[in-house]
Design a protein around this ligand. Structure first.
Ligand code: 5AD
Length: 353
């Protein structure tokens, strides 16, 4: 069990020479526990409609001027075919909390994917009804991703206005419920949210371990100028207005901080699947992605969404790979993995405890 002091020590360490020890420990644990294969999860951004109004997110319901899209069944299935053609073991079906996507649409999609392929299916569709989660599991879905975003409840509540028909659910309870239903569960946090402290982040990392997560996805918070939180740099008074906690010990939103969280996640959950995420690649392209893979990560999530829609799934600005085809994204990902002496994984790439 990693002690809180040790987590805090590394989160505060700035000396690149000392940090090499953390990177090396994480990389060694990664190699010992999950090997040198890098698993490719083909990401399908199914819909950019969302009923929520998270203060940081570029696809929040009341974002002005954003053209929304929802893939048809056939469009989604042609993305799935690319995953098969590229030899991927998993597809990740992600969307905003879109009421226009109903239970049956997803159930049918899951059945069709399972009938056509041996792909593992990961869902990332937000807070949906429990009966939907159960139906999708029964239809064949395997994994569910739901980031808890931050363990600081004051901060969480401030940046996640309630949906009209729900109370603030405790995402930790939701994750436990998803596991009971039978999913492998993934979660994670944003790094450097305004109002987030180093202590909060240390607690986040402890929670990865307490929840015994199968998958841990984390990335730097990236300010989106068309969101309420994205305007805070120009107008710090907004923090009070939004009810953000005041902190003396804020977390920097940087790739270095994200690498620390990835490395510490590997230390606390040695057998978890940990991606080098798109937000990291957005800050620093190839170097960002490969550094993540060398500091504890063993997964990447190449985007399979049709090019004409990618830029519209704009959760943050300048998202990596927004101007590429699935073929280009795939070729680049393969090169990156090979450039650090690793190789694409085969098969489902599930968590081996
Ligand atoms: N910066 C970084 N990450 C973001 N996400 C949403 N908006 C942003 C942003 N502005 C992340 C959230 C969500 C995931 C799909 O994208 O953590 O869970």
């Amino acid at each position: 069990m990693l002690m809180r002091e040790e987590i805090l020590f590394w989160l505060r360490e700035k000396d690149p020479e000392k940090l090499k020890e953390l990177w090396a420990r994480a990389d060694r644990l990664r190699a010992e526990n999950v090997g040198d294969a890098v698993h490719f999860r083909g990401l399908i951004e199914l819909s950019s409609f969302c009923r929520r109004n998270c203060l940081y997110c570029g696809i929040r319901a009341s974002r002005p001027g954003l053209t929304r899209y929802r893939l048809t069944r056939e469009e989604a299935l042609s993305c799935v075919q690319k995953a098969v053609d590229f030899g991927y073991g998993t597809v990740v079906i992600q969307a905003g909390e879109d009421p226009g996507i109903d239970q049956n649409f997803i159930t049918d999609l899951i059945r069709e994917i399972k009938a056509r392929s041996s792909l593992i299916i990961t869902l990332s569709l937000g807070e949906r009804k429990e009966e939907e989660w159960i139906a999708w599991k029964e239809a064949g879905a395997d994994r569910y991703l739901l980031r808890f975003e931050t363990s600081n409840q004051i901060l969480y509540n401030a940046i996640h206005p309630k949906a009209p028909d729900t109370v603030w659910p405790n995402r930790l309870d939701l994750l436990r419920r998803l596991r009971e239903i039978g999913y492998e569960i993934g979660s994670g946090v944003m790094i450097g949210i305004p109002g987030q402290s180093i202590d909060d982040l240390a607690r986040d990392i402890e929670l990865f371990q307490e929840l015994d997560l199968d998958m841990i996805g984390c990335g730097p918070y990236l300010a989106h100028p068309d969101t309420p939180l994205g305007k805070i740099e120009q107008d710090p008074d907004l923090g009070k207005q939004y009810g953000l906690p005041a902190t003396e010990d804020p977390v920097e939103s940087s790739n270095e901080m994200a690498f620390k969280v990835i490395a510490l996640a590997r230390l606390v959950c040695p057998s978890a699947n940990i991606p080098s995420t798109t937000a990291i690649a957005t800050i620093d392209g190839k170097q960002g992605r490969t550094s993540g893979l060398s500091r504890g990560a063993n997964v990447i999530m190449p985007n399979l969404t049709p090019m004409e829609y990618r830029a519209l799934y704009e959760i943050y600005p300048h998202k990596a790979a927004a101007l590429e085809t699935a073929e280009q994204t795939h070729a680049i990902a393969i090169d990156q993995v090979k450039s650090i002496g690793r190789f694409p994984g085969s098969g489902p790439g599930g968590r081996k405890k």
